[in-house]
Structures are given as C-alpha cells and as structure tokens.
Ligand binder design. Structure first.
Ligand code: GDD
Ligand code: MN
Length: 371
C-alpha cells in the first residue's frame, strides 16, 4: 500500500515538470516573438553595477562595459559600492581617470546593507536618465553586441523586462560543461514561457527593466534579496512582457562555494514565489495576462510544493523497506542508479536546494550574503 502511494507521488513529482516542459517546448519554443523589433532603436541606457569587495574583477568588468558597441552618449554607468574593504573603489577611480569618454558615476554607501538596498539607494539618489535600466553583476561578462541585442526588445512598448541566458565559466576563458547542461533545460523553458508571455525567473547577470515601470512599482522590493526575478515578475503582473531573450547569452564566472550559493538562490526564489503575487496586488498593479497567470501557477508549484513530493516519496520508500516490502528497495535502487545521468542528478540536486532553502528561510533569509 505504501509502495503504491510512493509510486503515485513519484509519478506526480517527475510527471508534472516533464509534461510542462514538453508541452511548452512543443507549443511555444519555436514560435516567433510576436513583438515589434527595431534595430535602430537606441534609447538612453543606464547600467548600474553593485559592488562589494570586487577588487579582483572590477577592472575587467569596466573594460567589458566599455567595449559595448553602443553610442557612448546614450550610455551612463553607475557603480554603487557598499563600503568595500579590498580597495574596489580605488581601482574604479583609477579606471575612470583613464577613461574620460564614458559617462560613469560612483555612489558610496557608508555601510553594507546588501545588494538590493544598495541598488535602491541609487534609484532614490541618482538622476537616472536611461529609458532602460540594466543591473549587472561584476562577475558577469557580456559580448560586444549584448547591449544592442537586449535593448532592441524595448522598441515594443509591451516589453517591460528582458533578461539573458547564462553560460557559466570556471575561469575567464574555460567552460564548465555540467553547469551548462543544467542551464540548457531551464533556458529552453524560460524562452518558451517568454514567448507564451513572460517568465517569472530572471538572471541578475543581466536584467534590463523599463525605467518608468521600475519607478512606478517603487523601486526594487527588498523582501526577496534578488534584483532580477522579483521586479521582472511584478512588471509581468502589471500586464507587460518580462522575457528571457533567445539571442543573448552572457558569461558568468563561477567561483567555489557553489552549494551555499545555490541554496541561497533557492531561498530567494522561494521568497519570490511566496510573496510576489500578493505584493503586486498590494501595489494595485495586478492585471496579468492569462498565459502568465498559468505559468506563474505551475512555476509556483514546481518551486514550493513539488520538491517536497520527492522527500515524501523517499521517506515512504524507506519506511516501506523497513517493513520488508520487496518493491520499495528496488525503486530506491533505480533512483540511485539513475544518478549517473547528469541531467537527473542536477534535477535531484535542485530539489534538495529548494527543500534546504525552504527550511533555511525559517531562520535566515540571506538578504546580505558572504562575499
Ligand atoms: N553594493 C553592494 N552591496 N553590492 C553587493 C552587495 C552589497 O551588499 N552584495 C553583493 N553585491 C554585488 C556583488 O559585488 C556582485 O556584483 C552582485 O552584487 C551579485 O553578487 P554575487 O555575490 O556575485 O552573488 P550571486 O552571483 O550569487 O548573485 C546573484 O544572486 C542574486 C539572487 O540570489 C545575482 O545574480 C543577483 O543579481 C541575484 O539577484
Ligand atoms: Mn555572482
């Protein structure tokens, strides 16, 4: 009896995401965007880079932004630093003194309060001239045409947020194939969701927001610790498109300590799915498209409920094994053997991160994290 129940739970746990994935892939992935692009649309853009102890990378990052193929007079860059102790700002100041032909400003916070409060500090105290605001992490590196590609989506007035795919790199030159396969599955889903209407999950390596909308929602909400998925989803709840571009990938440098980082990001995503819909309603901007409402519901299930089904199934199978069921250990064994498949392994790990993240949220929300 326990075995049958465990099997049902397993079928639901794997069946819902698989069905969703194949459905979205078949129905939406290959479709056109249904957006009006304009390659000549070159609005003013403000790039905001939060920094905390980034002495090792900040110079490469600034060079990377400097190399963007975009009209210089339509670009402004703002660095917001929260009392770095490793000389990050000295490097920035030196770089600025050597590059007089780019509009770049520094904002200094007297103490560290976290990435999102630092970004809000800029939104409140700095005159933002860009029609589009882009947040980007110091450890994210763009191709020369990235900005151009991202901005063209905003030519369509229904677009409120645009994010890019991520190619993780272990050093500034070498790829990490495992991490990439994990992204591929999710990347396809994000793009399919975006073509259907919007995706609720965005990447902080590059998140572009329509400035007027960002101010309309009162800046970045501070309850999730992220600056990407949450503002983008509120904008989607307003009825605008919040999309994952299918023609832009940025490189993200992966350092050690990945497990803790993934748990923290899971924590932020859980807070996002628990609170963002309510928050949008409270703001009085809740008029989502039907498609996005459905996407939100399924992703909510996949992040909040589904990971626990795996735990329930494993617990049932263990109890059943202890009660000398002959079937339960076989199912457990199959589950273990499948771990040789990297996609399956990544899936299981992601479920564990979400479960651990949910529990960890009970005592710390990791709104300010170790650097
Ligand atoms: N000013 C400031 N103050 N910047 C900060 C602070 C802070 O307290 N903490 C982190 N940062 C900066 C980092 O210097 C980096 O440029 C960026 O914020 C992202 O921080 P990382 O330490 O690189 O963390 P990550 O790669 O895991 O961050 C990602 O996760 C968040 C959600 O968990 C990013 O993609 C974020 O954009 C995302 O919202
Ligand atoms: Mn990072």
């Amino acid at each position: 009896m326990l075995d049958v129940f465990a099997l049902v739970v397993i079928v639901v746990h794997f069946g819902v995401p698989l069905l969703y994935y194949f459905y979205m892939k078949k129905k939406w992935l290959g479709r056109p965007w249904n957006l009006k692009f304009d390659k000549n649309y070159k609005p003013k853009v403000t790039i905001i880079i939060p920094t905390y102890n980034e002495a090792k990378l900040i110079e490469v990052k600034l060079d990377n932004i400097y190399a963007q193929e975009y009209p210089r007079d339509s670009l402004e860059v703002v660095i917001v630093d929260s009392a770095s102790t490793d000389g990050t700002l000295d490097i920035v100041k030196k770089w600025i003194s050597q590059h007089g032909d780019i509009n770049i400003k520094i904002f200094e916070e007297p103490e560290r309060r976290g990435m999102v409060p630092a970004l809000n500090y800029v939104l409140q105290h700095c005159q933002i001239n860009g029609e589009v605001v882009i947040f980007t992490d110091v450890d994210a590196f763009w191709e020369g045409d990235t900005l151009k590609r991202i901005v063209k989506y905003f030519a369509d007035s229904s677009v409120g947020a645009v994010t890019a795919g991520i190619a993780p790199i272990a050093t500034l030159a070498i790829d990490d194939p495992l991490e990439r396969s994990y992204r591929n599955y999710f990347t396809q889903l994000r793009i399919a969701e975006s073509k259907a209407h919007s995706t609720p999950i965005h990447n902080g390596a590059l998140i572009a927001l329509r400035t007027s909308l960002l101010y309309k929602i009162g800046g970045l909400p501070e309850y999730t610790g992220n600056n990407d998925s949450t503002p983008a989803s509120i904008i989607a709840f307003m009825g605008y498109r919040a999309i994952h571009a299918d023609d832009v990938v940025v490189k993200e440098l992966i350092k050690e300590g990945q497990v803790l980082r993934k748990i923290r990001r899971a924590q932020h995503l859980i807070l996002h799915f628990l609170k963002t819909k309510q928050y949008s309603k409270k703001l009085g901007f809740y008029s989502p498209a039907k498609q996005f409402q459905k996407i939100w519901q399924i992703e909510w299930w996949l992040h909040i409920i589904n990971p626990w089904l795996l735990i329930v199934a494993i617990a049932l199978l263990i109890v059943s094994t202890l009660h000398t069921s002959p079937v339960a250990p076989i199912i457990l064994g199959i589950g273990l053997v499948l771990l040789i498949s990297s996609t399956y392994r990544m899936w299981i790990l992601q479920q564990l991160y979400l479960v651990i993240g949910a529990v960890r949220n009970l005592w710390t929300k990791e709104l300010v994290w170790r650097k």
